[in-house]
Design a protein around this ligand. Structure first.
Ligand code: MCN
Ligand code: FES
Ligand code: FES
Length: 907
């Protein structure tokens, strides 16, 4: 042990620490300053940044033996408090720098280190600093963060005051459509927001720490599990295996379609007979400390019979492949699309036919900065209470209750503030493990994944292999489309059928193609199970159709933007699902972006050199808001003495459920004189809130928003007096008028039939992407120099939230296009190796052009936005690569070696 004195945020602290202890652990676990976050734990993300003796360092890789005696250390807690924010913290809130907020303390501390040295940095210097200090943000696309530093620097230089920088309510008091900072921003930027790992540290004594025994092979029969040695290890309370699970030990995938050949009960909570994929959980060790639990994990012996591992759809479809789930064929679901007339004749008569084969979008990893984490205990009513990052509490309760063996009424689910999920938490991850462990031990339990587990255990985007054909007339109007798509969904079926349906709904979306024939299939494999990922099926589907669109334009010698203009939805057209779009904004979106496109082409011509070739590409993005078919949400509004309380589950990945609820409710309550600061939100706890449904399919603003609006409308109607004024709380109580109102909203939709024809979504989001790239012809490396999105999210509820969604989604699109992958189980196991974009990879030039077409079915005219920016930005980029250097990338990601091989082939 070392005895050391450090000056932490200006206060002298005596420490007794192990020389090998990590500074981040000492700050968080010994000193209980949990404002400093741990993301990757490997020095790659900067979430743990602190300032030590004037230098920004990553505390997760700094051992205490390297911390000098008397070191002066500044953490986020040393900058400002919620009542007295540092200029950087204020600027972060005002610019929407904290979405999930998990990276915010690290970024803000890092920025402080910069401004201490350089009071007047340029934007490029700010960007270089964050690059050098490895600060990664997965939510914001970095632009708002640089904006925040620039403004904070102005405050610190005395050029503007904090009051001038702060958000000011407009005179009419309306916050809908404004840049009102999200209610959780202050806690996020001051480090006082408790995420799962922060709550875990603050759990009462006696809480058991859980660690998992996980599979290190991809497919095997389990012959035996021997826990005897592990049970004897110090501090071990219990080693839990499938034998201790009192329920069905399966997470149900809630099969969506009767034609699915599986039954949905294919995912074990703890593996019993088989291992289906690398990382599967085989046993849980519950011990007094994390270290003791981990030491015992190493002692659990698992005897396996290794089986052939099918690591992609073609492998699992081979004639000699065995069934991964015995009794269910590896190809377990098929989805046809048949719209209009048979396509054969149209293809024969078409003036132009183009065809593409084996287009591929891979297993994009979500890479939130916060790894998966949760805890469980029995609440005061004896309910098994599970806290996690779940973005679908009601859905997950139904999926895990029979497996762990508890009645739904005895299960309470609560969402912790989540440090980003990007869809992986649409699936339950560790919830059932926590439930099983709490039931088996009767104790509070806590489980925190490290980043390796985050990557190897949680679901991934499901790869699509796609073949596509267009037949167009002499003017380029597409008359027919033939499609085939194969979905590698990993070993677990949950929502695999629904995802396969997305291929039918979104391949060719945006265009009024009258005749479509196609077939999609879902394949069980042994690679990572498929979970939702922002865009859910649209980045795969649109990769095929937007790439082929460029190939058609080339064949016809037509401009790719103008070919799209000719084909986009116009009144009378229908979508691939056969229903008309709810608005026709695509022509206007193209008109809006066209001048930028022409400028970009000029720029590319001017700035291209033989070594660094510039190019421009476009793509159309369309996605539906909703869960598909019938979908609904519930919310309550209650008048209180202090104002109005809204109860619902609008689950927060980090996108801004708080600001969504607040601005939607306020706009409805405004006539009754309710102020934003008088609205209280009670969210995301099944014990006290009604179900708003999962935050998937960019549905919350529309679905939950409508339910909130309905509840508020009822309350406002009840408060209204005959003379047009409104009753006070006291008057309502005095006359016995109910104070609480239930708002429900159901989407007027119809699920798709066996031909994928229906009316699946109440509203859609539309966009046109423009990418400008530079390809280094020596290395094959692509740099995106600018991205522009013309977007129609309907009427904007909160400008900061919507801008932020778009910047962040565009950044993920750049990652999807150029670097991100989870394929190689040896290599793709860290944030950096998975290809997460750092600030140097994302251009500062991200431009958004809005067309706000009001939606009849959206609350206050809104549609959704969350997934729009990740529908097809990657295709605009690969189309731009082709435009720059003639290399057609048909399989993502467009790694430098792939582009280089293409360039060499052209020679
Ligand atoms: N909004 C608005 N005006 C509109 C539309 C939306 O102000 N016209 C706001 C909403 O109030 C909300 C945000 O924009 O704050 C997104 O709303 P919406 O599109 O309805 O999406 P959801 O709230 O249902 O969020 C889910 C969506 C999905 S499916 C994924 S995945 C996702 C995403 O949003 N994951 C995210 N955005 C993310 N953002 C962050 N930072 N982290 C994630 O993990
Ligand atoms: Fe320390 Fe990522 S760099 S947590
Ligand atoms: Fe940066 Fe979420 S706000 S990671």
């Amino acid at each position: 042990m070392l005895k050391k004195v450090i000056y932490l945020n200006g206060v002298s602290r005596s420490l007794i620490v192990s020389p090998e202890a990590l500074l981040s652990d000492v700050i968080r676990k010994q000193l209980h300053l949990t404002g400093t976050k741990v993301g990757c734990g490997q020095g790659q993300c900067g979430a743990c940044s602190v300032i030590m003796d004037g230098k920004v360092i990553r505390s997760c890789v700094t051992k205490m033996k390297r911390v000098p005696e008397g070191a002066s250390i500044t953490t986020i807690e040393g900058l400002g408090t919620p009542d007295n924010l540092h200029a950087l913290q204020l600027a972060w809130a005002v610019h929407g720098g904290a979405q999930c907020g998990f990276c915010s303390p690290g970024f803000i501390v890092s920025a402080k280190g910069l401004l201490d040295q350089n009071a007047n940095p340029t934007r490029q210097e700010v960007r270089d600093w964050f690059q050098k200090h490895r600060n990664v943000c997965r939510c914001t696309g970095y632009v708002p963060l640089v904006d925040a530093v620039m403004d904070a620097a102005r405050v610190l230089r005395g050029e503007i005051t904090k009051q001038e920088l702060a958000y000011k309510l407009p005179e009419d008091g309306k916050i809908w459509g404004s840049k009102y900072p999200r209610p959780t921003a202050i806690a996020k930027v001051t480090g006082t927001c408790d995420y799962g790992a922060d709550l875990g540290i603050k759990m009462p004594c006696g809480t058991l720490h859980l660690k998992l025994v996980q599979a290190t092979v991809s497919h095997a029969n389990i012959l035996s599990i021997d826990t005897s040695e592990a049970e004897k290890m110090p501090g071990v309370y219990k080693v839990i295996t499938h034998k201790d699970v009192i329920g069905k030990n399966r997470i149900t995938g809630l099969i969506t379609f009767p034609t699915n050949k599986g039954d949905g009960w294919d995912r074990p909570i703890l593996c019993d007979e088989k291992v289906f994929q690398f990382g599967d959980a085989i046993a849980i060790v519950a011990a007094d400390t994390e270290e003791n639990a981990q030491a015992a994990v190493e002692k659990v012996k698992v005897e396996l019979e290794i089986l052939p591992a099918y690591m992609s759809a073609p492998a699992a479809m081979a004639d000699d492949a065995i069934e991964i789930h015995p009794g269910t064929p590896n190809v377990y679901f098929e989805q046809k699309i048949a719209k209009g007339e048979d396509t054969k004749e149209y293809m024969e008569k078409a003036a132009y036919v183009v065809e593409g084969e084996n287009f591929y979008v891979g297993r994009q990893p979500h890479l939130p900065i916060e790894p998966d984490v949760g805890l469980a205990y029995f609440d005061e009513e004896g309910r098994l209470t599970i806290h996690s990052k779940s973005i679908g509490l009601g859905l997950h309760a139904a999926m895990i209750a029979p497996g762990i063996g508890i009645e739904l009424e005895k299960l309470r689910m609560i969402q912790n503030p989540a440090g980003g999920t990007f869809g992986y938490k649409f699936s339950p991850t560790i919830e059932a493990l926590l439930g099983v462990a709490a039931l088996a031990t009767g104790k509070p339990v806590y489980l925190n994944f490290n980043y390796y587990q985050q990557i190897t255990y949680t679901g991934k985007r499901s790869p699509f292999f796609m073949n596509l054909k267009y037949g167009a007339d002499k003017d380029g109007k597409i008359l027919a489309m033939e499609s085939e798509w194969t979905v590698d969904h990993g070993p677990y079926s949950e929502f695999g059928d629904l995802l396969t349906l997305r291929g039918a709904q979104f391949i060719g979306a945006g265009y009024g193609i009258p005749n479509i024939r196609g077939i999609g299939r879902t394949v069980c494999t042994n690679h990572a199970w498929g979970s939702a990922f922002r865009g859910y099926g649209s980045p795969q589907s649109l990769f095929a159709s937007e790439l082929l669109m460029d190939m058609l334009a080339e064949k016809m010698g037509m401009d790719p933007l103008e070919l799209r203009y000719k084909n986009v939805y116009r009144p009378g057209d229908t979508q691939p699902s056969g229903s008309p779009p709810e608005v026709f904004s695509l022509p206007e979106l193209i008109d809006t972006i066209r001048p930028k496109y022409l400028e970009a082409k000029e720029r590319a011509k001017k700035e291209s050199t033989p070594e660094k070739k510039r190019g421009v590409g476009v793509s159309i993005g369309v996605y539906g808001c909703g869960l598909d078919g019938p979908d609904g949400a519930e919310a309550w509004a209650e008048l209180t003495k202090e104002g109005v309380t809204i109860f619902t589950c609008w689950h927060d990945h980090g996108q801004g459920a708080d600001i969504g609820c607040l601005s939607t409710a306020h706009e409805a309550l405004r006539p009754a004189g309710i102020k934003p600061q008088d609205i209280k939100l009670v969210l995301n706890d099944t014990g006290v809130c009604p179900d708003g449904g999962p935050a998937g399919g960019s549905r919350s603003q529309v679905l939950v928003g409508n339910a909130i609006k309905a509840s508020c409308d009822l309350l406002v109607a009840a408060m209204k007096k005959a003379d047009g004024t409104y009753k006070t709380y006291d008057e309502m109580v005095a006359e016995g008028t109910p104070l609480k109102y239930v708002g429900k909203w159901a989407a007027p939709c119809k699920e798709c039939d066996e031909n994928a024809q229906g009316n699946p979504f109440p509203t859609y989001m539309y966009g046109v992407f423009l990418a400008e790239v530079e390809v280094d012809t020596k290395t094959g490396k692509t740099q995106v120099v600018k991205m522009t999105l013309a977007a129609d999210p309907g009427k904007i509820g909160n400008k900061l939230a919507v801008d932020g969604q778009i910047y962040g989604g565009l950044a993920q699109g750049i990652g999807l296009a150029l670097s991100e992958d989870f394929e190689d189980l040896k290599k793709h196991t860290t944030m950096a190796n998975c290809g997460i974009p750092y600030i140097k990879d994302i251009p500062d030039a991200l431009e958004i052009l809005y067309v706000e077409t009001p939606r009849e079915l959206g609350p206050h005219g809104a549609s959704g936005v969350g997934e729009l920016p990740l529908t097809s930005p990657h295709v605009a980029i690969t189309n731009a690569i082709y435009n720059a250097c003639g290399v057609r990338i048909t399989q993502l990601p467009a790694l430098p070696e792939k582009v280089l091989a293409g360039l060499n082939a052209l020679k």
